[in-house]
Design a protein around this ligand. Structure first.
Ligand SMILES: Nc1ncnc2c1ncn2[C@@H]1O[C@H](COP(=O)(O)OP(=O)(O)OP(=O)(O)O)[C@@H](O)[C@H]1O
Ligand SMILES: [Mg+2]
Length: 438
């Protein structure tokens, strides 16, 4: 059977230059991260200074997960220059509203164990051995029947995959050790490798904190984790979230001294955006005459016109490329190719605009415009003064209209009016493209 040729291959690339996946924890991934110099500096200062939790707060798709991976990658290189030992986990953890302290602790410690087991070779080169490693390996490979989310070890020790292994029903054939005994071994490893905060730690990623829904749930799930995990010796946390959930956790008195001031991740500066495509094209190119279906320039224009969201700009470009015939597109000159892309986005933006946004008033658009341009796409109901209102209700009238038109999402958080639960949607960004380009 003939395998179809990848469209990217036809353009001269070995992979998709518009992939919306976060930047990977690898040397290649690190080369794809553009800008973020000041954020990286802040993160490295907090990590090297001994912070237990480094928190990143920013709108959906702005680049939090990628930034965390790049920062952890950098921290892992310090050792080669005689610095502290930082070992990043290969997986990202996430918390759900129904996670208990026990279930999350097990998930985390399993991932920590797998990370250290995987690093055993490197550690040996430094003259450090992990006592009891064989027992830990058996535990990682044979989770209890019907136990909590298994498969973590397999996905780290093998290739790819995540934490979503689901229940593993493989019976435990290697009895003779207890869970708590294994955890003691892993804690002992941590204590020996990282006798104090200056010596480093295993970097744990906790992503998408906004999935905890509301601030009350977030605190009830997170506070019990404080001593068991966030302050556990040898663990260091990179936590990210959208919609003000990081700030909600940070504001809890119980978390004082655990969370530092969250680092705000704002949209990538417009001038750096062509570099995103240039770096990817360079890394993926397998022919000198490779042609990007959406050029750096066309991409940067799209990014600006949808109110600066990297993931959505990549997503629109990817979708466009899938809909085109590569053979025809590569024959066009650069200008014609850019025009064709712009035209296609216009058609889509027109469609969204007429379906949802045609009856919005100029006052509605004014709020939307401010939300995108001055609030990086996300705000809280209590920000009414920034929108020129004297109270919350008139702002909420506009927000309700924008929500009914599918241009924003808005979830109420009764426990915290200051949480930024109003966010521009992808539809909103496309309608905005039409609004500014008509
Ligand atoms: N600084 C950067 N340089 C180059 N590419 C980037 C940068 N930041 C993000 N990206 C790319 O943008 C896309 C979105 O990034 P990422 O997934 O890290 O955002 P996020 O804020 O974690 O999103 P979400 O809120 O959905 O979790 C990814 O494809 C990523 O590779
Ligand atoms: Mg993310």
């Amino acid at each position: 059977m003939n395998m179809p040729t990848s469209i990217w291959w036809e353009y001269g690339f070995r992979g998709n230059p518009y992939s919306t996946d976060p930047i990977e924890l690898s040397a290649e991934g690190r080369r794809l991260l553009v800008g973020r110099g000041s954020e990286l500096k802040l993160i490295s200062r907090q990590l090297s200074g001994g912070a237990s939790v480094v928190a990143l707060e920013g709108d959906f798709g702005v680049g939090k997960t990628s930034l965390a991976a790049a920062a952890a990658w950098d921290a892992a290189q310090w050792r080669a220059n005689g610095g502290p030992l930082f070992i990043p986990m290969k997986i990202r953890l996430s918390l759900r509203p129904d996670d208990s302290r026990e279930s999350f602790e097990q998930k985390t410690m399993r991932a920590v164990a797998a990370t250290l087991v995987e690093s055993a070779g490197k550690l040996k080169q430094e003259g450090r051995t992990l006592a009891g490693i064989e027992a830990v390996k058996r535990w990682l490979q044979a989770p209890e029947a019907g136990g909590w989310s298994g498969g973590v070890s397999a996905s780290i020790l093998g290739q790819g995959g995540g934490l979503s292994g689901g229940r593993n029903r493989t019976p435990n054939t290697s009895s003779g050790f207890s869970e708590s005994g294994i955890l003691d071994i892993v804690d002992e490893w941590l204590a020996q490798l990282f006798p104090d905060r200056a010596s480093g730690g295993v970097i744990c990623f906790l992503d998408n904190l906004e999935e905890l829904r509301d601030s009350e749930t977030a605190l009830s799930v997170m506070e019990p984790l404080r001593d068991a995990l966030f302050k556990r010796p040898g663990l260091r946390w990179l936590i990210s979230g959208a919609q003000g959930m990081i700030r909600a956790a940070y504001a809890s008195p119980k978390m004082t001294g655990v969370f530092l001031d969250p680092i705000e991740v704002l949209p990538l500066d417009h001038s750096l955006v062509p570099g995103v495509i240039a770096a990817r094209a360079d890394a993926l190119k397998n022919r000198d005459d490779a042609v990007v279906p959406v050029s750096e320039k066309a991409f940067a224009h799209l990014y600006a016109s949808i109110g600066q969201n990297l993931r959505y700009a990549l997503n629109l470009s990817e979708r466009y490329a899938f809909g085109q015939d590569p053979e025809a597109l590569v024959l066009l000159d650069d200008k014609k190719r850019d025009d064709k892309f712009e035209e296609s986005i216009k058609v889509e933006a027109d469609r969204v605009y007429s379906a949802y946004a045609h009856d919005l008033t100029s006052a509605d658009w004014k709020v939307f415009d401010k939300l995108l341009r001055e609030k990086a796409g996300t705000c809280s109901p209590s920000d009414f003064a920034d929108f020129g209102y004297k109270a919350m209700p008139p702002l909420l009238i506009r927000i309700d209209k924008l929500k009914a038109a599918h241009l924003v999402t808005y979830t109420k958080d009764d426990a915290d009016q200051r949480r930024r639960t109003i966010s521009v949607s992808d539809h909103g960004r496309l309608a905005y493209f039409r609004h500014v380009n008509s």
